[in-house]
Design a protein around this ligand. Structure first.
Ligand code: ACO
Length: 377
């Protein structure tokens, strides 16, 4: 029976899920029914990750155990560090992260995905170790020794410590933790769908996450946060912003950090990120990139009027990371470090009622072609 073909599966449900929901007309994003803005003001990344994975906010005891388990699994094996050392330092950090995550699956038991206890520990390991891999790679490629995690530091605090060997101001931890919450989950996007397809084959979770990392890397998905900062740097000064937007749109190119398959209004995450920018700049001084970004948003607002194209999550996040001194090509790995909890929540959900993904296609080629011998072609 032929079905309507929807390029990019736009609007086609690929699963039923109770993990998150987006109302693209009203600009509302909820994780397990709780608005993302509420989680940013009241929760932490690790508590939000628990909520995503297990469906409920943890009790005090559950939360203590969760934090302890994550904290005690942050270290990575020396052989993973050796693997990172062997990669070309000019390579993209997303490729290094993908390789290291795939390699984790060779060290830890993950193949029996029917083992609920083992799945718990796989989730703990992945959430705990991704920041350590990202920080280790960031240092190794500049010739610096990786820094081991410190158990006395919180999740975000420890990440900065492993990156810079210093403990950053509390405000930075709070803002960074909110960034992690905002990036943790977003319904059936390209990387989550990729992970689900892999999960449906009953592959181990390290392979599932490695495949999602590959999909997140692309500039139409998570890679856009990097491209936004490059674009803002290229614009350079406030007075060139409008002209730049005009040029991009006249040449039928995409403005990076704008537009979304689901949101027809401004992405609520972009609004929260803008507020985080203001908090950070009040304390640490403004960023010329932010001023340019505001001008780009205003210009795009006029020039794209009526097209439902507004800033998405990738538009303001990079400006925050840039102000914190983080290298531009680490922005997408930071996204992965957070989104891993959403990917894993979907992995667990998929396993509960698994059906192998095997979509159909509409064949547009020929039939019954003769084979022409090579000397007669
Ligand atoms: N700049 C200018 N025009 C745009 C943009 C943009 N950023 N996004 C969409 N449009 C226009 C298209 O040119 C097209 O116009 P047309 O109908 O006149 O030809 C129309 O809007 C529809 O665009 P599509 O690309 O078909 O819409 P889709 O739903 O596939 O796009 C996407 C979603 C891929 C995110 C797109 O908006 C885009 O490429 N944005 C830039 C990259 C980006 O920021 N990606 C991050 C998304 S958030 C995330 O993944 C975490």
């Amino acid at each position: 029976m032929p079905h309507d073909f929807m390029p990019g599966l736009a609007g086609v449900p690929a699963a039923t899920s109770s993990i998150s929901d987006v109302d693209g007309q009203r600009g509302v994003l909820e994780y397990r029914g709780i608005r993302v803005e509420t989680l940013c003001s009241k929760s932490s990344y690790l508590e939000t990750a628990y909520l995503l994975l297990f469906g409920q906010l943890p009790s005090t005891t559950e939360f203590q155990r969760w934090v302890t388990d994550i904290t005690h699994h942050r270290r990575i094996k020396f052989r993973i560090i050796d693997l990172l050392k062997s990669l070309p330092e000019q390579g993209h950090p997303m490729d290094a992260l993908q390789a290291a995550v795939a390699a984790l699956g060779m060290f830890y038991p993950g193949r029996n995905v029917k083992d609920v206890e083992n799945n718990y520990w796989s989730a703990v390991r992945l959430i705990a170790k991704l920041p350590t891999i990202v920080a280790a790679w960031a240092r190794l490629r500049h010739g610096d020794a990786p820094i081991m995690p410190r158990d006395d530091l919180g999740f975000s605090e420890n990440f900065f410590y492993m990156l810079t060997e210093s403990v950053v101001p509390l405000l930075w931890d709070e803002i960074f933790d909110d960034c992690l919450i905002l990036h943790a989950e977003h319904t059936m996007n390209a990387s989550t769908f990729t992970g689900l397809v892999t999960a449906s084959t009953l592959a181990d979770p390290y392979t599932v996450v490695a495949s999602s990392i590959g999909a997140l890397k692309g500039p139409l998905h998570g890679g856009a946060n990097e491209e936004v900062v490059v674009m803002l740097q290229e614009i350079g000064t406030l007075d060139k912003a409008r002209q730049y937007v005009e040029h991009v749109l006249q040449n039928k190119k995409k403005l990076m950090g704008f537009g979304h398959r689901v949101y027809k209004v401004k992405d609520p995450r972009a609004t929260v990120l803008q507020e985080l920018c203001r908090r950070l700049f009040k304390e640490c001084g403004s960023s010329p990139l932010y001023e340019i970004a505001l001008e780009v948003e205003a210009a795009a607002g006029t020039m794209l009027k009526g097209k439902d194209i507004y800033p998405n999550v990738d538009f303001y996040s990079g400006i925050i990371y840039d102000k914190m001194g983080i290298d531009v090509d680490l922005f997408t790995p930071l996204f992965a470090m957070s989104r891993v909890s959403g990917w894993l929540a979907h992995w667990l959900e998929q396993l509960r009622e698994n059906k192998l993904f095997r979509p159909d296609q509409i064949y547009s080629g020929e039939h019954n072609r003769p084979y022409v011998p090579i000397d007669q072609r």
